[in-house]
Design a protein around this ligand. Structure first.
Ligand code: C2E
Ligand code: MG
Ligand code: MG
Length: 553
């Protein structure tokens, strides 16, 4: 191992010689015979000096003055100084400790003690430095997640009565920024931290939650604002911060932490608040409030109960008819999952599907809907009914299953259902980072006459480009389109889009049509099929079977 370096500042030549004798075999030594020269040597060699041995009584500049100078100079403060004391009298140690001396060695020197004191000090500093490496994130200069949790818990335990605020922030599109700009992207995070640090109380503890999500814990600023006004106040700050840094920064915030609740629960809560606001257009901040906590609890229950619910038959597939816009004949249906839970009551898919999508269970649910639908189609065919194609919703997670091909083909084969009797509904967001394998599978479906529908077209997640680029056969216009047709501009946009689908040889469906008037407007636009309460709400399988029987032509 490379020899470490000690700077000896000592005016007495004999003492210098003794130290040289004791230490030169193991260390590189630099010698100075007074404080002034010592300081000069220290500044010149600051990078390589590991320890300073400092005499107190010296001409020109004494040891106290050296300690004072070192304290004034930030670049020197990290170097530990051992003071060598003789019989200078009372109060020397106290004085030196106040000036941050690290340790003392008594003269006359005991060689073994001199070596051990120095060795121990170097070891301690080494461990502190390693600890620092583990605790501080290199890119941002703030605590790592574990260190943050440690210090935040410690802070709360030491200040149980303090009113504290916890916030978690996220930079939109950070992954893309770091892909594009590499380490430079972290400058955004560093500037965010610096700005927030300047604006919040000095004792803010700052750490990473994940690579671009940052957590802040600080005493709550006193204010006469009510919760809603405070949320607005924060909203403004985060709009300004986003503008300053030229990115969108969102935050989940909890004021007045209840210290009887584990701190990790508060961290989860602000993460959920952040997640909620991330998906809210035009808002930057969301407070953890009763409504959100209720939602967190309900989502947790949903997760707890979902597997049993599926296996015990609490989940059922409903079917919503789809009619031809011109002839008004029944031409298809959409399979929609329903959950009637003894514990939770009726749970809407708008509520449970996002939870399933987050925890991955959606791929089990979708496979169930697919299988049930194949089974029902077979039953209806066997009862002599002329069946129509049924569209089943698919989620992004389905496409990361290795066995997706089997999940699709298995039940079709088992129940002997032709490809033309099933459709897959997907949304455009599915195509973000879709693997080439999954893309190939979609194309394969189409080549084999299993049609692909693009769901939710017009909800803001879809673009016109996608119509010409994606492997799809049918475009489903979302009900948000249908709701706004009294507005002539919206009408023109939808009509234009319908014409584009036609020119691209795609079929079109309008969702959410509730009355005769809208039905007519939409049919006149040239849409191919219509789905909505005007014809029927989603029906349980048995009721849909009757519906099917009544619409055999
Ligand atoms: P979606 O796929 O866009 O389904 C259409 C939604 O519109 C259904 O809501 C349907 O009941 C509703 N709807 C149809 N016609 C009308 C109407 O005239 N007026 C109104 N107000 N609503 C109408 P639902 O069943 O609550 O499903 C909501 C969403 O949950 C679905 O939107 C779909 O994204 C998702 N979902 C439902 N079932 C499944 C499933 O099995 N798998 C997956 N992955 N997602 C599903
Ligand atoms: Mg759908
Ligand atoms: Mg839809």
């Amino acid at each position: 191992m490379q020899k470490r370096t000690i700077l000896i500042i000592e005016d007495n030549e004999l003492n210098r010689d003794i130290l040289d004798e004791i230490l030169s075999a193991d260390y590189n030594l630099l010698m100075a015979e007074d404080g002034k020269k010592g300081l000069e040597l220290l500044r010149e060699n600051v990078k390589k000096i590991n320890v300073v041995l400092l005499d107190i009584m010296m001409p020109v500049m004494d040891g106290y003055q050296v300690l004072e100078e070192v304290n004034r100079d930030e670049s020197l403060q990290h170097i530990p100084i051992i003071v060598t004391t003789g019989d200078e009298g009372h109060g020397v140690e106290e004085h030196c400790l106040k000036l941050h001396a690290a340790d003392f060695i008594k003269k006359p020197y005991n060689p073994l003690i001199v070596r051990l004191r120095i060795e121990n000090l170097i070891r301690m500093r080494y461990f502190a430095a390693t600890l620092n490496d583990v605790e501080i994130d290199k890119q941002t200069g703030i605590y790592t997640h574990n260190a943050f949790m440690l210090y935040a818990n410690e802070w709360i335990n030491n200040h149980p009565d303090m009113n504290l605020t916890l916030a978690m922030t996220d930079v939109r599109g950070f992954k893309r920024l770091s892909n594009q700009f590499g380490d430079k992207a972290y400058e955004v995070l560093r500037r965010e931290v610096a700005t927030i640090r300047d604006n919040y109380p000095t004792d803010t503890i700052i750490g990473l939650y994940s690579h671009d999500q940052i957590i802040y814990l600080h005493p709550t600023a006193t204010s006469s604002l009510d919760n809603e006004e405070k949320e607005e106040w924060y909203e403004k700050r985060f709009v300004e911060l986003s503008q300053d840094l030229d990115v969108v920064i969102k935050a989940g915030i909890c004021e007045g932490l209840d210290t009887s609740v584990p701190f990790s629960t508060h961290v989860q809560n602000v993460a959920v608040a952040l997640y909620a606001v991330k998906n809210t257009y035009n808002r930057h901040v969301r407070f953890v409030g009763k409504e959100l906590l209720d939602k967190i609890q309900r989502d947790a229950l949903i997760e707890q109960l979902m597997e049993d619910a599926l296996s015990k038959g609490q989940m059922q597939v409903y079917y919503q008819p789809k009619h031809d816009a011109k002839s008004e004949k029944l031409v298809g249906a959409e399979a929609l999952l329903r959950w009637i839970s003894p514990e939770l009551g009726f749970v809407s898919p708008g509520e449970f599907i996002p939870v399933f999508e987050k925890n991955g269970f959606v791929s089990e649910a979708d496979a169930f809907v697919w299988r049930e639908t194949c089974k029902n189609q077979r039953r209806w065919i066997d009862r002599g009914l002329k069946v129509v194609p049924i569209s089943v919703n698919a989620s992004r997670q389905d496409f990361s299953r290795k066995d997706l091909r089997q999940v699709i083909a298995g039940p079709m084969k088992e129940y002997c259902i032709g490809n033309q009797l099933m459709h897959l509904e997907i949304t455009e967001s599915l195509f973000d980072n879709l693997s080439s394998e999954a893309f190939k599978l979609l194309q394969e479906c189409r080549e084999n006459n299993l049609m692909i529908e693009l769901d939710d077209f017009g909800t803001g997640y879809s673009s016109l480009n996608s119509l010409s680029e994606l492997p799809i056969d049918i475009v489903k216009f979302d009900m948000s389109f249908v709701r706004k047709l009294q507005d002539p501009r919206k009408y023109s946009v939808m009509k234009g889009c319908v014409e584009i689908t036609k020119s691209l040889n795609l079929k079109s469906v309008a969702e959410g049509v509730e009355d005769a008037e809208t039905r007519k407007v939409i049919a006149d636009m040239g849409i191919d099929a219509i789905q909505g309460y005007y014809y029927s709400k989603p029906l349980p399988a048995a009721a849909f079977e009757e519906y099917l029987a009544q619409h055999q032509d």
